[in-house]
Ligand binder design. Structure first.
Ligand SMILES: Cc1ncc(COP(=O)(O)O)c(C=O)c1O
Length: 465
């Protein structure tokens, strides 16, 4: 009988998979021996049949077990050498690993995802499928712009869910936002652009623009997104914007403003960079369609990512170039190869084509909505009218604005940290030192509803007691 640990740190199906794998590799479960039926094992361990099924599917996908119709699963015959090589070895001391800060008990960083949410069994199956189909291609350099299959899957997905109008020909596979912006910067540098950036806004693009010596103008954000009057008079030739969920304040740019912004591009070859980073995650009403879809033939570069809903460490994102920039892109990048590996691209394409991506999206929306709602309840209960919440209803974070607090924000972040609550300083979103209101990121993706409740209670105590 296996003893499983129910503390939630390692998923049950992974524990079960590991235990069977050890038993098979050590020979305790000999070749052709029968595994317990899914139903029996689930009953014996008091876990769900889905959990047992998921671990069996992983073992099956990796070839540790095989199935016989109507008889169940059996241990595969493995070569003895391979078995010996796979047996666990003694761990090497890891003294050379970098020392990092101890993680906080309650980490409210806005970029955290649910630690159990990556679809490991399905991904593993797609890796194996794509590996099987790719043996010849793996020994070749592949398409510089990214695999056609993945570009087509992304195009279809964006068309039906984000209203983006494009051909796969316009899709470029990238390894994250900064890689996309690097490509864009090379395409546009001859025009000596002036980039209008939202203030407050996402801080990471600024270092890319700075590294390319682009002039940057911080443009204030109103409750309707970037301030269009100030953009008009700023001298900017490019606007980098997050219109469907402004980062970090969470507002949505109304359609009248979107049309005005598009109008702005029409004189003097101006251009919009639309960063549509997390619009899959809206918890009420319909998704906000993209700005690109309002004027597909216009000067709009559309950016998206798999970092928010699937995994930030896969490093897969994409950009959609307008037709007008394609010849320049081909000229400058014809000798570059794609920065995302073939296997990762094919796996993701399989994942999308087999319908797992759409189901995963629906699951993530439900999962994060529960966390989002738990956070709003906890804030209401513990802060009451000492604070207001901005940017609720979407994404993976909200912003907490304190009313009439006399202590400096840095001191509050430090007090929270000493009490086990990790907060990313909001000041990083200001292009220039922005004193203003006392605001804090509260990311909820990496915490359970119960941890959110306890973390907010701890935060309030660390600030007010
Ligand atoms: C505003 C914004 N854009 C884009 C991204 C995605 O970046 P990447 O694709 O490099 O992971 C993020 C991630 O946090 C973000 O906050």
């Amino acid at each position: 009988m296996f003893l499983l640990n129910h503390d939630g740190r390692v998923p049950l199906y992974t524990q079960l998979y590991n235990r069977f794998k050890e038993e098979i590799l050590s020979g305790k479960l000999p070749s052709n021996s029968k595994l317990p039926s899914v139903r029996d094992l689930a009953a014996e361990l008091s876990i769900s049949r889905n959990t047992v099924e998921a671990s069996y599917l992983e073992l099956y996908a990796e070839g540790y077990i095989y199935s016989r119709p109507r008889s169940g699963y059996f241990v595969s015959a493995l070569a003895q050498d391979a078995v010996l090589m796979s047996l666990p070895r003694k761990k090497r001391p890891c003294g050379s690993l970098p020392v990092t800060d101890a993680p906080c008990e309650f980490d409210f960083h806005p970029a955290r995802l649910d630690p159990q949410a990556f679809p490991v069994p399905l991904w593993r199956r797609c890796v194996l499928d794509s590996l099987r189909q790719s043996s010849v291609d793996l020994v070749q350099y592949r398409e510089p712009q990214g695999e056609w299959g993945l570009r087509s899957s992304i195009q279809k997905y964006l068309e039906r869910s984000r209203g983006v109008v494009c051909d796969p020909e316009q899709v470029v596979i990238c390894s994250g936002l900064q890689n996309s912006l690097d490509i864009i910067a090379h395409l546009l540098k001859e025009q000596r652009p002036v980039v209008g950036v939202e203030n407050p806004g996402y801080h990471l693009p600024r270092s890319v623009f700075r590294n390319h010596s682009f002039e940057m103008v911080p443009i204030p954000v109103t409750s309707s997104g970037i301030d269009l009057d100030l953009l008009q008079t700023s001298g900017s030739t490019i606007a980098y914007v997050t219109p469907s969920h402004q980062f970090p304040l969470g507002c949505v740019m109304p359609v009248a403003n979107r049309l005005r912004l598009i109008e702005w591009t029409k004189s003097g070859g101006k251009l919009i960079i639309e960063d549509d980073y997390d619009s899959e995650l809206r918890y009420h009403g319909n998704p906000i369609p993209s700005l690109q879809g309002l004027h597909p033939a216009g000067n709009i570069i559309y950016l998206g990512t798999f970092s928010k809903v699937l995994s930030p460490s896969l490093r897969v994102s994409y950009l959609i170039l307008p037709h007008s920039l394609l010849p320049g892109y081909r000229r400058l990048f014809q000798d570059y190869y794609c920065s995302v590996s073939l296997l990762e691209q094919r796996t993701l394409a399989e994942f999308m084509e087999q319908g797992h991506w759409d189901r995963h999206l629906r699951r993530m929306r439900t999962l994060y909505k529960k966390k989002h709602d738990a956070l709003l309840r906890a804030l209401d209960r513990h802060f009451g009218d000492r604070a207001v919440v901005l940017g609720q209803g979407a994404g993976l974070h909200v912003v907490l604005e304190l009313k009439g607090h006399a202590v400096a924000d840095g001191e509050l972040v430090e007090r929270a940290r000493r009490n086990g609550v990790g907060l990313l300083p909001f000041s990083i979103t200001h292009a220039r030192d922005g004193a203003g209101a006392s605001r804090f990121f509260l990311g909820f993706g990496g915490l359970t509803p119960d941890q959110i409740e306890r973390g907010i209670e701890r935060l309030v105590k660390s600030w007010y007691d």
